[in-house]
Design a protein around this ligand. Structure first.
Ligand SMILES: C/C(=C\Cc1cc(O)c2ccccc2c1O)CCC[C@H](C)CCC[C@H](C)CCCC(C)C
Ligand SMILES: C[S@@+](CC[C@H](N)C(=O)[O-])C[C@H]1O[C@@H](n2cnc3c(N)ncnc32)[C@H](O)[C@@H]1O
Length: 259
């Protein structure tokens, strides 16, 4: 059971920071990332289960709980991939609710749709899969009661634009819950993460011919934002408050922002 470590960082206050602060030149373009997730789609779920010893499912349940999604809600799972969080949201909102899973990878959405067809529970029919870009959401302002984003923001090139659009499409008083790897300021945590990626994750992925794709994990975490920076980003685009929680032994983190 992953130890739940709540490090409540004080709310970031102070002046809004220039959005350029949140933009770093990406190692890979959006198109290259799209191709990467199309490539790994067939083995993505199984490798997540194997490499995290199933723990990622606990972290995803936490992210969905933090979103505040409830019966009858209309919710969005952004960068839904193969649908893990969308299926959890579907259980939360039930048959009277609606879940939209959005992703720009056709192959990931194909896996999600196939999984949905194999699911026996009736309420899973409340999920709609949408091919789209997280930085240009095809939804009206104030549309969603809750938004989740599991291991997506780190992979979006323009994180500021993605956060702006999440703000735009969320209802007043609603929450966004963003789960990802934790870019820790603690060198021991950072070292442990990279040690496991280099010595376990990449060697296992190489068995599937995907070593280069899983090596990207390390650079993407290095390029990511710290918990404090994620809080500042949320406040910068207009969320009224933002708190970042380190989980999974501080290897992972979850931002909860309220509109
Ligand atoms: C669900 C997880 C990662 C999803 C994921 C996100 C990405 O951005 C990727 C990019 C490129 C390739 C793959 C992914 C990807 O799978 C987290 C768990 C799965 C990880 C692959 C495993 C990482 C291991 C951790 C560093 C340590 C796990 C400790 C655990 C308690 C054993
Ligand atoms: C690591 S997967 C996460 C999938 C799922 N949320 C989960 O937790 O397992 C990241 C997903 O983000 C998607 N993605 C990355 N950038 C995107 C963008 N700009 N717009 C839409 N989807 C994007 C990828 O296609 C991929 O399916």
């Amino acid at each position: 059971m992953a130890s739940l470590q709540l490090h409540l960082l004080p709310l970031s206050t102070g002046p809004c920071l220039p959005s350029s602060r949140f933009r770093r030149s990406p190692v890979r373009s959006s198109t290259e990332r799209q191709a990467l997730f199309n490539r790994i789609a067939p083995v993505y779920d199984n490798l997540n289960d194997l490499l995290s010893l199933g723990q990622h499912r606990i972290w995803k349940r936490m992210a969905v709980s933090w979103s505040g999604a409830k019966k009858g809600d209309s919710v969005l799972d952004l960068c839904c991939g193969s649908g893990d969080l969308a299926f959890l949201l579907s259980e939360k909102v039930g048959s009277s609710g609606k879940v939209i899973g959005l992703d720009f990878s056709k192959e990931q959405l194909s896996v999600a749709s196939s999984r949905q067809k194999l699911m026996s529970k009736a309420f899973y029919t409340n999920i709609e899969w949408v091919e789209g870009d997280a930085i240009d959401l095809p939804f009206s302002d104030g549309h969603f009661d809750a938004i989740t984003m599991g291991y997506g923001l780190r992979n979006v090139v323009d994180k500021h634009k993605a956060m702006q659009d999440m703000f735009r499409v969320s209802k007043a008083g609603s929450r966004v819950s963003i789960l990802d790897f934790n870019k820790s300021t603690n060198p021991v945590i950072a070292f442990t993460q990279e040690l496991m990626i280099d010595n376990v994750v990449v060697p296992v992925a190489s068995g599937f011919g995907l070593a280069e794709d899983y090596k990207y994990l390390k650079s993407s975490i290095r390029e990511f934002l710290t918990g404090r920076e994620l809080e500042e980003l949320a406040l910068d685009v207009g969320f009224s408050n933002a708190r970042y929680y380190e989980i999974g032994g501080s290897l992972m983190g979850n931002l909860v922002a309220t509109r």
